[in-house]
Ligand binder design. Structure first.
Ligand SMILES: [Zn+2]
Length: 337
């Protein structure tokens, strides 16, 4: 058993052992039906000698499936002799959310991707975040956190990086993003909540990627294929897989960025949202985004909302019902180098 002094999670995995270990992280969770119970979070370590280490993660949000599927397939397919160095895989990082098929943990309401760098004495979600940031990130030369839109959002699939403010780190993350070679690559060019897995990886100076590979709590075949091919190119970029094990991308990458909150549109009232534009469409600042209708009060005129920036629509809300403050659209703009 490997004790992890900085974390309350424990594991039988030996991170320094060659071979393939498909095992668990144990997260203590004592409840009436299981006084000494542990939540067993799957972790796989594949190692073949010295070299670089990459952490691949999915299930940060439970209702985002393309990454979860690609990583459980990779766990079965990848053998130590295929690689040089080490691959650590967490296919269902917030396991309670993943098995329930929901975004946040049903145990504590915790959103793992708003819980970094975590707390070793916090709720289960905070303790998972703390293990990843304090135990796994220090082992890593690269990190990929695979997301999708989840139940509420529809995306044009992309891989992404989040700017850190450290020019050298950003250059290394951009090189990894270029190697992943998605059809659309997004740079999150503003800090946002600052409690993302990417924020903690940036803090630890680990080059890292994210990405949204599917929509609406569904499983998109093209999204799974993009993750599978891109992950192999990502591993080859770090010298873990040989170059010939990664197939070149067929589509050139369009590099885009999201510069701030003004790229987002929020529902101005409670009701049913009728969009006025489609995903992938170019829109202009001031253009109508849609209307909120009041089906329980037909005499009330619908309330419009408008774009505050110009760009291409990369994300829209997947659900018709809205509450005031729900994100209904966000856009991205081309990076001109
Ligand atoms: Zn997500």
């Amino acid at each position: 058993m490997t004790a992890t002094p900085r974390s309350t999670l424990w594991t039988d995995v030996d991170f320094d052992r060659d071979g393939k270990q498909v095992d668990w992280l144990y997260l203590h969770h004592s409840v009436t039906r299981s006084a000494y119970g542990e939540i067993m979070i799957p972790i796989t370590v594949i190692r073949n000698g010295g070299g670089r280490t990459v952490l691949l993660m999915a299930g940060n949000h439970g209702d985002e499936y393309e990454g979860q599927i690609a990583l459980v397939k990779l766990i079965r397919e990848l053998e130590p002799e295929d690689i040089k160095g080490r691959v650590i895989i967490l296919p269902a990082a917030n396991l309670p959310a993943a098995v329930a098929g929901v975004r946040v943990s049903p145990l504590d309401g915790g959103n793992l991707n708003r819980s970094f760098p975590g707390d070793p004495a916090g709720n289960p979600t905070q303790r998972i975040a703390h293990y990843i940031s304090s135990v796994l990130f220090p082992l890593c030369d690269g990190f990929h956190d695979l997301h999708s839109g989840g139940a509420s959002l529809q995306y044009l699939p992309f891989a992404s990086m989040r700017q850190s403010g450290d020019a050298d780190l950003d250059r290394r993350s951009l090189a990894a993003l270029t190697a992943f070679a998605p059809p659309i690559a997004i740079v999150w060019a503003y800090a946002g909540a600052g409690t993302y897995a990417a924020s903690a990886a940036n803090e630890r100076k680990v080059p890292n990627l994210g990405g949204e590979f599917g929509s609406a709590g569904m499983v998109d075949r093209a999204g799974v294929a993009l993750v599978e091919a891109g992950i192999r190119r990502f591993l080859a970029h770090f010298g873990i897989l040989p170059k010939q094990a990664a197939k070149a991308a067929e589509t050139p990458t369009r590099l885009m960025e999201i510069k701030g909150r003004h790229y987002y549109v929020y529902a101005p009232d409670h009701g049913v949202f009728e969009p006025a534009v489609d995903l992938g469409q170019d829109v202009s600042s001031g253009q109508l985004a849609g209307h909120v209708h009041f089906i329980d009060n037909p005499a009330r005129p619908p309330v419009p909302c408008h774009f505050k920036a110009s760009g291409m629509l990369i994300c829209r809300r997947a659900m018709g019902r809205v509450e005031r403050g729900d994100c209904v659209f966000h856009l991205a703009t081309d990076v001109h180098t």
